[in-house]
Ligand binder design. Structure first.
Ligand code: GLC
Length: 560
């Protein structure tokens, strides 16, 4: 079905889109099994259209044994029955388009599920077989081969290798899996892998999907000799010499894959776009993925990891914009996702105690938390990110001001990081708790009444964050997001373009203007600050104090 004319005309949609991330397990459950599903998403399309977002990104919805919540894919061209059917998926795509919302799927090319037909064939076929060559099998070290082939570590804890039992019943080769044991890494030096993923892209593009978020995009290609890390950190330090490469992240060969993928996207008449999940630290290594013949966009994780401090944010924003300008790609502004502690809870911590690196809940647990401050800062951060040049991401629940759920009982936690680290890392479940839609009810409107309990327990006070409660409160975070998104679509200054920093706005104030006639002022200090003369306030994240901008708040201004 063609796109409706209202959105079809916007061919550069990905340069300025606000993309709403839906974690399907946690969004809305239509059939009462305690797990969100596609028909749940369909039922909430009016809410999403009312919010004013341009696109939805849906985390993996493919058949999966769910060892990593769907990032262990056993069939890339079908729908996981827990989430629904192919007919449901097609209906969602059509209905989203009719509501003016584009649809982005999540593709997982670094690894499959161990239940994928190719990995099962590799296990059965034995060492040296062409089937094993589609993955990364190697002999172990040591006389009995019982030590992993090299010193690479899993992101989920422990060595990155798992040993298999061969057909003769004896321990045999090892396979690489940078994540869970059930997520074997595929071999991108194999032509079958290229062909398979190209077919998958086309399968979904042919069904009207508008783009893909690419999981672990910087990880696909591995050093051919499986060189040891020997203590090499990642991301590489800012002053890493040219030519120093990490053996399994951000290898130069990954760029060839994305050139092929770009050609696939560009072969469609309608504008398809990619967004890479690329944790590489240094800006020039990120924007290398955004050269005109590679990916369209990438998540800006340096922004997500920045502390709530004027200097830190300004440095990150400036570095982002100048690096993206070198390749002509739009920046993205990201505050959260399904892997990191929710922004309200991150910003609730004393920022001087926070390291600006991977923001998993684990690193915040021991730090004091002032949630009201965190909420104020998250609202201000929302106005900041929606005012910056480029596109933006909103993770479901951010518009409700959801905090991280920090006290999920250990036994209820599902994230494989918990088991992978023997419980030392409590994982990412706290940002994945099913959404509250209503103030009351057994699951706060997540599932129909009388359903089984949600797959992760919701806190007893979850209803105060619900969409229903927010609807009734003109000062709610939901109301703030709606007004901001409505203004964003009306004001020509917002979306893609430039900004000019205002140098003299005061100490802990981040201020910039955009043409025509727009200003964004953010107060990160502890005292109210004056707003510039001759401006009127379009929107503020908090009440002004005697005409001044309150601490931890932001305002959008109209210059006369
Ligand atoms: C990405 C996903 C994360 C997943 C991992 C392995 O980082 O965002 O949720 O666990 O890849 O696929």
């Amino acid at each position: 079905m063609p796109l409706p004319a209202s959105i079809a005309a916007d061919r550069d949609w990905w340069r300025h889109a606000v993309v709403y991330q839906i974690y399907p397990r946690s969004f809305a459950d239509s059939n009462g099994d305690g797990v969100g599903d596609i028909n749940g998403i369909r039922s909430r399309l009016p809410y999403l259209a009312g919010l004013g977002i341009d696109a939805i990104w849906i985390n993996p919805w493919y058949p999966s044994p769910m060892k990593d919540a769907g990032y262990d894919v056993s069939d890339y061209r079908a729908i996981e029955p827990v989430f629904g059917t192919m007919a449901d998926a097609e209906a969602l795509i059509a209905e989203a388009h009719a509501a003016g919302i584009r649809v982005i799927l999540d593709i997982v090319p670094n690894h499959t599920s161990d239940q994928h037909r190719w990995f099962q064939a590799a296990l059965a076929a034995g060492p040296g077989s062409p089937e094993r060559d589609r993955f990364i099998f190697a002999e172990g070290r040591g006389p009995a081969g019982d030590e992993p082939p090299n010193d690479w570590m899993s992101e989920f804890g422990g060595p990155a290798w798992t040993r298999v039992i061969e057909a003769d019943g004896r321990p045999g080769q090892w396979y690489l899996r940078l994540f869970a044991p059930e997520q074997p890494d595929v071999n991108w030096n194999h032509p079958d892998i290229h062909a398979e993923f190209e077919q998958t892209l086309r399968f979904w593009f042919d069904r009207g999907v508008d783009g893909f978020r690419i999981d672990v995009a910087h990880g696909l290609v591995k050093d051919a000799d499986l060189r040891n890390l020997d203590g090499l950190p990642f991301p590489l330090p800012d002053d890493a010499p040219d030519g120093l490469e990490h053996p399994h992240w951000d290898q130069p060969g990954v760029h060839d894959v994305f050139r092929e993928w770009r050609a696939v996207a560009d072969s469609y008449a309608e504008p398809k776009a990619f967004c890479g999940e690329i944790w590489v630290g240094r800006d020039h290594r990120l924007t290398a993925y955004l050269r005109p013949d590679e990916l369209h966009t990438a998540f800006n994780f340096n922004f997500l990891q920045a502390r709530w401090r004027a200097g830190d944010l300004r440095r990150v924003i400036s570095a982002t914009l100048s690096a993206h300008a070198t390749v002509g790609a739009p920046a993205t502004w990201v505050l959260g996702n399904h892997d990191v502690c929710r922004p309200a809870s991150r910003y609730a911590r004393p920022q001087e105690l926070v390291e600006p690196n991977f923001p998993n809940l684990q690193k915040y647990l021991g730090l004091p938390s002032d949630l009201p401050t965190g909420h104020r800062r998250a609202r201000a951060a929302a106005l900041l990110s929606l005012a910056l040049p480029g596109g933006a991401y909103v993770y479901a629940g951010e518009e409700l001001g959801l905090p991280e759920v920090e006290d999920i009982p250990m036994a209820a936690r599902q994230d494989p990081i918990v088991s992978g680290t023997g419980g030392e890392n409590i994982g990412r479940d706290g940002c994945r708790v099913p959404l509250p839609w209503t103030s009351g009810g057994a699951s706060f409107g997540f599932s129909p009444e009388g359903s089984v309990a949600p797959w992760l327990p919701q806190p007893s006070d979850w209803g105060r964050y619900s969409a229903e409660a927010a609807e009734a409160d003109p000062a709610s975070t939901l109301a703030l997001y709606r007004r901001a998104l409505a203004l964003r679509s009306q004001l020509p200054a917002l979306g893609e373009g430039d900004l000019a920093w205002v140098g003299d706005a005061g100490g802990e104030v981040l201020a910039f203007t955009r043409e025509p006639g727009f200003g964004c002022w953010v107060n990160l200090g502890t005292e109210p600050v004056p707003l510039p003369e001759g401006t009127s306030v379009l929107l503020a994240s908090d009440d002004l104090v005697g005409g001044r901008l309150a601490p931890d708040s932001a305002a959008w201004l109209q210059f006369a």
